[in-house]
Design a protein around this ligand. Structure first.
Ligand SMILES: C[S@@+](CC[C@H](N)C(=O)[O-])C[C@H]1O[C@@H](n2cnc3c(N)ncnc32)[C@H](O)[C@@H]1O
Length: 270
């Protein structure tokens, strides 16, 4: 079984995604969608960005490696009565089911960054996007002091080292790496722009500590960290580090939890 697929099918990302809807909608609003437009949401999860894209009038295909998230996305599309939105299983490293130059917009928000072969991912995103179209990525940034980068950093410190040859997903948050990857896919640097942006997590009714429990039980990378920590008696240490960090980053007023997270927004104009 593909370890990349196993990691994301292991938990239930819908439990985290529920806290991401508002920022997903805001991100789509900022893209100025003008239909008719065919859009791909790659590593779409259960549709945090795919659903508002379809509401904005785009004809949307969501592709994700995790079958449980594809099913969850299709359930959300049906519940919203959106027949211009479909989710299907696929791997960002090899979009074999997709023809060349299919989409006006290829979007991947914290999705394709987790695929293991970044050069293949860049090549595939360029291949399936029409000339004159655009690719938009949202990528977490290595060593950034804000929430998700810290969840991943703390989690990885408690997880056994990855196999040799493993490329950190976080490198998609480094400007020079983005330029090199799209460069190999034939895109010159002047067609790529990058800017830091902020995503807000709003886990309604959950304290920061309860939100960390969702990561512990439902978010593959953090689940793996807790499994390893259990084996060497470090569960409390891991839990305390995550909770302390989440508490310190919470900006919510009157008992609400609102946690910002900085990411790199990449825009490639083809
Ligand atoms: C952090 S979640 C983000 C989901 C969604 N984009 C969102 O913002 O809610 C990462 C997603 O990337 C998907 N993913 C990871 N590796 C992938 C790959 N190789 N191809 C397609 N999807 C992948 C996971 O299954 C998961 O749904």
């Amino acid at each position: 079984m593909n370890p990349n697929k196993m990691l994301w099918e292991k938990g239930d990302f819908t439990k985290i995604a529920a806290s991401m809807r508002e920022s997903g909608e805001a991100l789509i609003k900022s893209l100025g969608i003008i239909p008719p437009l065919r859009a791909l949401d790659l590593g779409c999860g259960d549709g945090t960005t795919a659903l508002p894209l379809a509401v904005a009038g785009a004809d949307v295909t969501g592709i994700d490696i995790a079958s449980n998230l594809v099913e969850a996305g299709n359930r959300r599309a049906a519940a919203a009565g959106l027949n211009n939105l479909k989710f299907q299983e696929g791997d960002a490293c090899n979009l074999e089911a997709v023809s060349d130059q299919t989409f006006d917009l290829t979007l991947s928000v914290f999705g394709a960054m987790f695929a293991p072969n970044p050069f293949d991912v860049a090549k595939e995103m360029v291949r399936v996007t029409k000339p004159g179209g655009r690719i938009v990525m949202g990528n977490w940034i290595p060593n950034d002091p804000t929430f998700v980068s810290q969840v991943l950093k703390i989690s990885s410190a408690f997880t056994p080292p990855p196999p040799e040859g493993f490329v950190s997903p976080m490198l998609w948050g480094v400007d020079a790496q983005v330029i090199e990857r799209f460069g190999q896919a034939g895109v010159p640097a002047e067609k790529i722009s990058m800017v830091k942006d902020t995503f807000y997590f709003r886990p309604t009714g959950n304290s920061p500590a309860e939100f960390i429990q969702s990561f512990r039980h439902f978010y593959g990378p953090t689940m793996n960290a807790f499994e390893a920590a259990e084996k060497n008696g470090k569960v409390d240490e891991l839990h305390n580090q995550l909770v302390e960090m989440a508490n310190s980053q919470n900006q919510g007023a009157s008992g609400a939890t609102v946690i910002p997270a900085t990411f790199l927004r990449v825009i490639v104009s083809l």
